[in-house]
Design a protein around this ligand. Structure first.
Ligand code: GRE
Ligand code: ZN
Length: 326
């Protein structure tokens, strides 16, 4: 399919590149991977051309800003990354838009940077890599807590989507993975971490306060669509501490938007489609952690959807979600 729009497509800057080294595959591949994640010109555009991706919304790699302990440094790195993305959009206005990196260490600074990116640079939303650390390594702050309500008010006012992207949990919260480092990372731990954060948002009353908030999760919803019925079923018996006014599934179906990034599987896609509906699903690749070719070859031929739904999920839904001028 031509004309696809993808929006979990990562770039890096010098300051954040090294963090991706462990994820690039064997060490021999890091040079190639570095080229791919740093390049925002011919290499990436040629791959998009080959795979029918017309437009990519760029975002910074993970965990990047969210793992910086010092507030001022976090602001500086976010600003620098956003500047790089703004340049790419400016250089290739038909091929790129951008999602802002945000210094969540300081909710007010994060809100200000989002305002600046949206109002002055034309960014289409934010992509944040899970919880933020702050001041000390052993910290993990989730965005359902009270100090982020004013931040969410700004997201709501701007009316732009917020992509909640995975990161790895901190060691002190990873005892369950002891002796199995692979479990802590992209194959499993990313989804546990990110889905739990998403459920915290749902259970905090956030969406009662801000009924227009739109949260995006990748990887076909980080496992939540598969578990959604059971969450609501069991919540009737153990709702302790749940602060939403309505069943959790209502919030998830109304406020969450889900991409195919890095999860190119018919069975999981069928489940997500059935739980969320075709108007909540979007194509994305997760380049360069995934190959655009793998994402596109699967999406373009999956028998789970017909060609009309392929247009909707591959393109039209994204135009609406981000109010794109195309
Ligand atoms: C991602 O961006 O989704 C990602 C990483 C690192 C490893 C795998 C992966 O940031 O999917
Ligand atoms: Zn990603």
């Amino acid at each position: 399919m031509k004309g696809k729009i993808a929006f979990e497509e990562h770039m890096a800057i010098e300051e954040t590149l090294a963090q991706t080294k462990d994820f690039a595959g064997d060490s021999g591949r890091f040079d190639e991977f570095s080229n791919e994640i740093l390049d925002l010109d011919e290499l990436r555009l040629a791959t998009m051309d080959r795979t029918g991706i017309e437009l990519a919304l760029l975002s910074l790699n993970a965990p990047a800003v969210q793992a910086i302990l010092d507030r001022d440094e976090a602001v500086a790195v976010a600003v620098k990354a956003n500047k790089r993305m703004a340049k790419a959009v400016n250089d290739h206005p038909d091929r790129y838009r951008a999602l802002a990196a945000l210094p969540m260490q300081d909710p007010e600074a994060a809100a200000d940077e989002l305002k600046r990116c949206v109002n002055e640079l034309g960014f289409k939303g934010a992509l944040v890599n899970g919880f933020t650390q702050r001041d000390v390594e052993d910290s993990a702050i989730y965005y359902d807590v009270a100090e982020y309500r004013d931040f969410w008010a700004v997201v709501s006012d701007l009316d732009v989507p917020f992509y909640l992207h995975p990161r790895m949990n901190i060691p002190s919260q990873s005892l369950i993975y002891e002796g199995h480092p692979w479990l802590r990372s992209a194959p499993w731990g990313f989804a546990v971490e990110t889905s739990t954060h998403a459920l915290r948002l749902c259970g905090s009353g956030l969406f009662d306060d801000f009924p227009n908030l739109r949260i995006i999760t990748g990887h076909l919803g980080e496992g939540i669509p598969f578990g959604l019925w059971r969450i609501d079923a069991r919540m009737r018996f153990s709702p302790r501490g749940y602060r939403g006014k309505r069943p959790l599934g209502d919030y998830f179906r109304e406020h969450f938007h889900i991409t195919t990034s890095g999860n190119f599987n018919d069975a999981a896609f069928r489940c997500t489609l059935e739980m969320m509906g075709a108007d909540r699903l979007y194509f994305s690749a997760d380049y360069p952690f995934e190959r655009m070719e793998d994402a596109a070859n699967w999406f373009d031929s999956t028998p789970v959807i017909d060609d009309e739904q392929r247009q909707t999920i591959g393109r039209e839904n994204a135009i609406k979600l981000f109010d794109l001028d195309m």
